[in-house]
Ligand binder design. Structure first.
Ligand code: PLP
Length: 385
């Protein structure tokens, strides 16, 4: 029996998972009734919906008119892999990683593609110094490290007149952070993250320089159909107007359109950023007020406003992993926070999603529960001692 009183209020929505993330607050399955189900995605209705998804993405994210936006298979992973396999090898690469997803791209490029690459890594909580990167190489990095809660603060270190391409996995950044399009040649994300869409499809955004590379360079390795962006040395333009490489889920497309519609309603990108900032600020205030918990991200400028990662700093905790697991378990058992344990490869702690689909009031209601779960677990340890 827990001897600490439970807080009076509960979050109305306990979904704080870092992916798939909470659906928009206005979501209802009834809103998907207009999906083009049982129809060909190449029929006019299907193509129009796919094109609308691309056009609305451009409008809300402020993607420049001369950048291509494509809907591709296999979620963010598919979009990143397409970019790596199609673009790399023309010049040296630099791989940056400060958490698990970035590390995955390093391994792909170095071990699978076997490209000559400078690898720069930082520990969980820290970030690679972008000022030391050679942007005349092709640079691959993750804008927001979802498993460490460490993000690139801005694109200032990336020169506008770089010789290489910048390939940026922005899956937990797009729709929550300002992305400097002139500094980014490839940007990828998945629907299941900040907008709370469904998984399955990825978004691949290409700058004119990335397209020029595709049209002037053929990698020496074979490319499966699912990765092929060119035909006869020319970009397959259809992919970037809604003629997808293979069959998409029109249910997932409808769901993404609903999420974009909601995003527009909350003020578009600025509204979404403001919502994520205000959510992250709730946790910031809680961390400042409590000496037993801290951000994993060390430098405040690098702290994510989406995947907020926390660590327990109480020196009385002997087994950090067991403690964090027990705290997350208590929150889940009470139904006040689902899926908030740290990522399996990350240091022990909690990870609380703060992207725009989460309501600030729910985070405010969650904070007393964090305190409750911590104190309850501490008391349990003391009893066991
Ligand atoms: C930074 C980052 N990259 C890639 C992925 C993989 O995304 P998906 O499962 O949508 O392919 C994730 C998922 O959490 C992520 O956070």
């Amino acid at each position: 029996m827990s001897e600490i009183d439970t807080p009076a209020a509960r979050p109305a929505n306990p979904r704080f998972s870092s992916g798939p993330c909470a659906k928009p607050p206005t979501f209802s399955v009834n809103k998907l009734a207009g999906a083009a189900l049982g129809r060909s995605h190449r029929a006019a209705i299907g193509k129009a919906k796919l094109k609308q998804a691309i056009d609305e993405t451009r409008a809300i994210l402020g993607v420049p008119a001369d950048y291509r936006i494509g809907i591709v298979p296999a979620s963010d992973t598919g979009a990143v892999e397409m970019a790596l396999w199609s673009l790399l090898g023309a010049r040296k690469a630099t791989m940056l990683a400060w958490e698990s997803f970035g590390a995955g791209w390093v391994s792909d490029v170095v071990k699978q593609l076997q490209i000559e690459a400078a690898v720069k890594t930082a520990d969980y909580g820290q970030i690679v110094d972008m000022a030391e990167v050679d942007f005349d190489t092709d640079v691959v990095f993750t804008w927001n490290g979802t498993t460490s809660g460490v993000r690139v603060p801005d694109g200032d270190a990336i020169p506008a007149d770089r010789g290489g391409l910048t390939i940026c996995d922005a899956t937990s950044a797009a729709f929550a952070m300002a992305l400097p399009w002139d500094k980014l040649d490839v940007v990828t994300f998945s629907w299941q993250k900040v907008l709370g869409g469904e998984a399955a499809h990825g978004m691949l955004i290409l700058s004119p320089r990335a397209v020029a590379r595709l049209e002037s360079y053929t990698p020496p390795w074979p490319l499966p159909k699912i990765f092929r962006l060119t035909k006869g040395g020319k970009l397959i333009e259809g992919i970037f107007t809604g003629a997808t490489i293979n069959t998409p889920s029109m249910l997932a497309v409808e769901d993404y359109l609903q999420a974009l519609d909601w995003a527009r309603g909350v003020g578009g990108l600025n509204g979404l950023i403001a919502r994520a900032d205000s959510n992250a600020a709730v946790i910031d205030r809680f961390v400042s007020a409590n000496d037993w918990i801290d951000f994993l991200a060390e430098a405040p400028a690098t702290r994510s406003n989406t995947s907020v990662c926390l660590k327990f700093t109480d020196p009385g905790i002997a087994d950090g992993a067991a403690f964090a697991k027990a705290v997350a378990g208590r929150l889940e058992a009470e139904g006040v926070a689902l899926d908030v344990g740290a990522y399996r490869d990350a240091p022990p702690g909690l990870r609380i999603w703060c992207g725009g689909t989460v309501e600030t009031a729910d985070l405010e209601a969650l904070m007393p529960w964090l305190d409750w779960a911590y104190r309850s677990e501490r008391a349990a340890l003391a009893r066991a001692a």
